[in-house]
Design a protein around this ligand. Structure first.
Ligand SMILES: Nc1ncnc2c1ncn2[C@@H]1O[C@H](COP(=O)(O)OP(=O)(O)O)[C@@H](O)[C@H]1O
Ligand SMILES: [Mg+2]
Length: 311
C-alpha cells in the first residue's frame, strides 16, 4: 500500500512501536477523510462529534478542570458494523484539518495486545501504555488516541464475576481510570476517541469521564438507500447496467426492505445479491433490483434468527 501521509514523520519510529500501540500516523490523512465521507449517518452525529472534538483543543487547554471538568474522551457506542471505528478514525483527520497549523497525530491502541493471562501483567501493561507510551506521544504535539473496542480495557467492575473474569482485568480497569485522570490533567492536547459495541460492558466510572457519549444507530431506510446507491454507483463504474440500478427510483423499495441492517451488511448486499444466481456471477451486469431485494430479505431473516438466539 502506498503511504498517504502528507506530512513526513521524521520523528516517529514506526518499527519499534511500544507494546499496545499498533500505529502512529500524521494527520490530516486523505484516506481517513475519505472514510469519514463514506459513512452515512444523520448530519447531527458528524456535526456533534466534530464540535466536541474541536472544543477539546479550543476550550479545554484554557479552563481549569474544577470549573469545567473535561477529560478529553469521546465515546461512540452502537451495534457492530454501524461505522463507529470508521467515524472515529475519520474524525481524527477532520479535527486536524480544522485546527490548521498544529501537527496532529493519530495513535491507534490495540487493547488485545495488552491482555495477558499472567496475574498482574495486564494491569502493568495498561499502566505503562498510558503513563509512558501515550504520554510520550503526547509530548510531541496534539495527539488523538483511538481506543477501539474499549470494553476490553475498561470492563465494568460491578458486572464481573471473578470466576469468568480474572482479577487482573479488574485491576486493568482501575489502571485505565487512574491514568486517564492523570493524563487529562497533564496533557490537554490529548484526545481519546473510544468505541464500543457493548456499552453495558464498560465501567460506569469510564463512561462518566467521557465528555460526549454518542450513539451511532443502525441505518434507516433513507441511509440504507444512500449506502446502496454508493455501492451500486462504484460497481457501476465497471458494469454499466449496475450504474442504472443505482439511479432507479425502485431502489427505494429495496431500501425499505434493507432498513435496519447494519452498514457492513448493506455494503455486502450487492455481492450477496450477485451470488444468488449463477447468471449474475458469470455476468454481474445481469443483476436486478429483485436480486437485491431477495438478498436484503435473506439478510433480514439471518438477523432475526441471530437476535432470537441471543434472547
Ligand atoms: N453508516 C454507514 N454508512 C456507510 N458504510 C458503513 C456504515 N456503517 C458501517 N459501514 C461500513 O461497514 C464497515 C464496518 O464499519 P466499522 O466502522 O468498522 O463499524 P463498527 O466499528 O461500528 O463495527 C466499513 O466498511 C464501513 O464502511
Ligand atoms: Mg469497530
Amino acid at each position: 500500500m502506498k503511504p498517504t501521509n502528507p506530512v513526513p514523520l521524521h520523528d516517529v519510529q514506526f518499527q519499534d512501536l511500544p507494546r499496545g500501540i499498533s500505529s502512529v500516523r500524521a494527520l490530516p490523512d486523505a484516506e481517513l477523510a475519505a472514510l469519514w465521507d463514506s459513512i452515512v449517518v444523520g448530519d447531527g452525529i458528524k456535526d456533534t462529534l466534530l464540535a466536541q472534538a474541536v472544543l477539546n483543543y479550543t476550550l479545554r487547554p484554557k479552563v481549569t478542570p474544577s470549573v469545567l471538568p473535561m477529560h478529553g474522551v469521546i465515546l461512540l457506542v452502537g451495534p457492530p458494523g454501524t461505522g463507529k471505528t470508521s467515524l472515529a478514525k475519520g474524525l481524527a483527520s477532520m479535527v486536524a484539518a480544522l485546527m490548521k497549523g498544529a501537527k496532529f497525530r493519530l495513535v491507534e491502541v490495540d487493547p488485545h495486545a495488552l491482555t495477558s493471562s499472567a496475574m498482574g501483567k495486564t494491569q502493568r501493561a495498561v499502566g505503562e501504555l498510558f503513563s509512558q507510551s501515550i504520554a510520550e506521544q503526547a509530548v510531541n504535539g496534539p495527539t488523538i488516541v483511538l481506543l477501539d473496542e474499549v470494553e476490553t480495557l475498561a470492563a465494568d467492575r460491578t458486572r464481573m464475576s471473578l470466576e469468568a473474569n480474572p482479577v487482573d482485568i479488574h485491576r486493568a480497569t482501575d489502571a485505565v481510570l487512574v491514568q486517564l485522570d492523570a493524563l487529562a490533567a497533564s496533557h490537554p492536547q490529548l484526545l481519546f476517541l473510544a468505541t464500543s459495541n457493548f456499552p453495558l460492558a464498560i465501567d460506569q466510572a469510564f463512561t462518566s469521564r467521557c465528555d460526549l457519549v454518542i450513539e451511532v444507530p443502525l441505518p434507516g431506510a433513507q441511509a440504507a438507500r444512500q449506502i446502496l446507491h454508493q455501492c451500486l454507483s462504484s460497481v457501476g463504474e465497471m458494469f454499466p447496467s449496475i450504474a442504472r440500478l443505482a439511479d432507479s427510483r425502485e431502489l427505494d423499495r429495496v431500501a425499505e426492505t434493507a432498513a435496519g441492517l447494519d452498514g457492513r451488511t448493506l455494503r455486502k448486499l450487492v455481492v450477496n445479491a450477485m451470488a444468488l444466481r449463477k447468471e449474475t456471477a458469470l455476468d454481474p451486469n445481469k443483476l436486478t433490483l429483485a436480486d437485491l431485494e431477495a438478498a436484503a430479505r435473506k439478510a433480514q431473516s439471518s438477523r432475526a434468527a441471530a437476535k432470537g438466539e441471543h434472547q
